[in-house]
Design a protein around this ligand. Sequence first.
Ligand SMILES: *Cc1c(COP(=O)(O)O)cnc(C)c1O
Length: 442
Amino acid sequence: MEAIRNIYAQMGISDVVYQYGEEIVNHLQERFAAIDQTAEYNQLKVLKAMQDNQVSEACLLGTTGYGYNDLGRDTLEKVYADIFHTEDALVRPQITCGTHALALALMSNLRPGDELLSPVGKPYDTLEEVIGIRRSKGSLAEYGVTYRQVDLLEDGGFDWEGIRAALNEKTRLVTIQRSKGYQTRPTLSVARIGELIAFIKKIKPDAICMVDNCYGEFVELSEPSDVGADMVVGSLIKNPGGGLAPIGGYIAGKAECVENAAYRLTSPGLGKEVGASLGILTQFYQGLFLSPTVTAGALKGAIFAANVYENLGYPVVPNGTESRHDIIQAVTFGSPEGVIAFCEGIQAAAPVDSHVTPEPWEMPGYDAKVIMAAGAFVSGSSIELSADGPIKPPYAVYFQGGLTWQHARFGILKSLQSLLDKKVILADDVEKAKEKLRKSAK
Ligand SMILES: *Cc1c(COP(=O)(O)O)cnc(C)c1O
């Protein structure tokens, strides 16, 4: 459409980049239709949980002080429990982030002498200090909880024999990370998580299976709690907050697990009874309501990005055609200039701080400089369009989010334009990639 093309031009997207994007989108119609179906199902799942629990205007008000009898908070937790098909849930602004939610779930359900097992390799960076893989004050290791890890096989498969050998009389909790996070292993589908849990439960029925569900919510029709997980844990400034929640985390699962977490979050004896929701509940409810379609938009953006860069010859994980189980996209540029230009493009596409230029900096906890692009309404929110890349080989960027598909699309085009402007990629190559695609369509 002429008007769309014109406004892209006004916003700095050259004709060759725009046309290439059009060609990519034409190739993705079938996949996008499937994503829309998943979103439709999950939209109704969320709506049904809200209706079944009679979410009312009074639920949006919130409380102050101790927060006894906070109707909105208690109802929201029932809504989450219904969506995840669990006995109970803890959904709180007092849970400050995803790491905190995971730490809470672990520390409240493990006791001194217990062992924690990760059968899917190294967990997310920030959990290393929680567990004590890297020394830290207050880690599980300090409290006498030991840790064992079984890596995935070379091909990404589970090491069944290794897992069998690692399970022992001390194993109390098994942590399974759904998303690859910032690693190159594959993300686990809900079905594969189900197989893994079934295997573990057969050997050790009383082991608590916890899934780090970050970035995975509403990507599929079912959740890990539908296939045997005793707890699913995540951050509200990712998928389930729908971009509106300004803080928060959740733990949904078996009543006993959730109760343990509540007793740890507030205090033994008080548990879920306290914790005022202040004025935040409308954003929690409304964000959850929008989450299935917001997640769908982010997913389309990730697939679009994979195809845009794969067709230009860059390695992408996941690749352009494989099925998706989270919203993260990795693209390897092979040079610092590529990583920087990509992130500059993403930043320039933001609704907030689009005028600033991101620069690589020494981030705590990382062994190389990292560049981050984030022009978000909620600081650090990664359901919003965002990217980051460590400035070290293989020079890959990790891209995720976009509150709308239209914005994610614009962001990716802006990143490509930035790579063209910096002459990391030549306009000619984009033109050739487009022609090749056009021919393959015929
Ligand atoms: C983001 C993330 C976390 C940690 O969440 P924060 O909110 O950044 O603390 C943990 N695990 C995975 C897989 C994540 O993607």
